[in-house]
Design a protein around this ligand. Structure first.
Ligand SMILES: Cc1ncc(COP(=O)(O)O)c(C=O)c1O
Length: 386
């Protein structure tokens, strides 16, 4: 069958594929603990359930405005102003999308084109490479290392930037490594990018799932060339609502307008009930309390996972400062594809190998599952490696 050139190099999401396989195995009666999915296990917060079901109960069925319902755009602007140092976000700076994934696609498609190079630090969330290729742009991977805690080194950016470089993707705290950039590093990176007039697309979906305080440093927390920074966030992780599919972009009005135009020709925007559920949590008085409670449970699970896997032969792990993953280093091999396959088939645990993140030799384990699943999964991993 002939497909268009547009999708010649498109591969399905590796993390979603592994998680789908684990679900199939479970459905077939096999005992599998799924630590592969990138989602927290908490139920939707009550304020979100109420707001979503009130809207459904109202019987309203019209299209919502393409860039998002006005109250949600306003609530997101206020949330970003309160929780970062930006202070100047207003509704026209906000686009509501069907998850950060759609916001990221819109941003990439609007900002980059064939011939453009965009810097992407590794390990990276695989979707960054996929969307850049869909836009015809060229991702340029910036290696980072386990030894330095996967911190970005500005001298590497300098080394790999060319006259064709147009942008830089950031993801702190990061998926899959859970590492966070300090305020100093974030400032250094944004100064570097600002001097070169680059777009910085800062995916901050794990910003509130940071164990060193209430929130990790945002690109909006450091002095920056405001006309060139796009902040992406949503409700999938901090509010444990991935299935509601709501994310947002905050940035210059002109870019948000173009992203909205693209959205008007693709999806017409995010589903109205989901937008109302998102408004319920983002505008809630108890918003920060909800995130804080999730964070404390996740901190306990993270510590349990690190303690349980420390000293296990064949793997090394460190305590990540954010997100919901342990990124475990294999000490005897770099072929993490094979190890993940064996861990699934022989050990009964689904994990994600390092290869799709651009760093072979690692396994990503999601510790945001129930306590019972986590304990059983960790016990199986210990047995498998021992
Ligand atoms: C770094 C990162 N960005 C974005 C997303 C997707 O977010 P959403 O569910 O809002 O599309 C994920 C999900 O795993 C992620 O890890």
């Amino acid at each position: 069958m002939r497909f268009s050139k547009n999708i010649a190099s498109l591969v399905p999401s590796a993390t979603l594929a592994i998680s789908a396989r684990a679900k199939q195995m479970k459905a077939a009666g096999e005992s599998v603990i799924d630590l592969s999915a990138g989602e927290p296990s908490f139920p939707t917060p009550q304020v979100g359930i109420r707001a979503g079901s009130d809207f459904v109960g109202s019987g309203k069925s019209g299209y919502p405005p393409t860039p998002g319902i006005p109250d949600l755009r306003a609530a997101v602007a206020e949330y970003v102003n309160q929780s970062t140092s930006l202070g100047s976000a207003a509704p026209p700076n906000v686009l509501i999308s069907a998850g950060v994934k759609q916001a990221l696609f819109n941003a990439t498609y609007c900002l980059f084109q064939p011939g453009d190079e965009v810097l992407v630090p590794a390990p990276y969330w695989p979707t960054y490479l996929a969307v850049l290729k869909l836009a015809g742009a060229s991702p340029v991977v910036i290696p980072t290392s386990w030894e330095t805690g996967f911190q970005l080194d500005v001298t590497d950016l300098d080394r790999l930037a060319t006259p064709a470089t147009r942008g830089l993707f950031l993801n702190s705290p990061g998926n899959p490594n859970g590492e966070t950039y300090s305020r100093e590093l974030m400032a250094e990176i944004l100064t570097w990018a600002g001097e070169r007039d680059l777009w910085v697309v800062s995916d901050e979906i794990y910003r509130r799932l940071y164990y060193g305080g209430d929130s990790a440093t945002s690109a909006f927390d450091v002095p920056h060339e405001a006309s060139r920074v796009l902040h992406l966030d949503g409700i999938s992780k901090a509010f444990s609502m991935p299935g509601w599919r709501i994310g947002y972009a905050v940035g210059p009005e002109a870019v948000i307008g173009k992203m909205s135009a693209l959205q008007s020709q693709t999806t017409s925007g995010a589903a109205a009930p989901s937008q109302h559920a998102a408004l319920g949590v983002i505008a809630a008085e108890e918003r920060d309390q909800i995130v804080g409670e999730f964070r404390e449970v996740l901190r306990r699970r993270r510590d349990l996972a690190v303690e349980s896997l420390t000293g296990v032969p064949g793997i090394e792990c460190r305590t990540p400062s954010g997100a919901i993953y342990l990124f475990v280093r294999l000490t005897g091999t770099t072929d993490s594809m094979t190890v993940a396959e064996q861990l699934l088939v022989k050990g009964g645990v689904a994990s994600v190998p390092g290869e799709p993140f651009g760093t072979p030799g690692f396994l990503r384990l999601n510790y945001a599952v129930s306590d019972e699943e986590l304990e059983e999964g960790l016990a199986r991993i210990r047995t498998f490696f021992s």
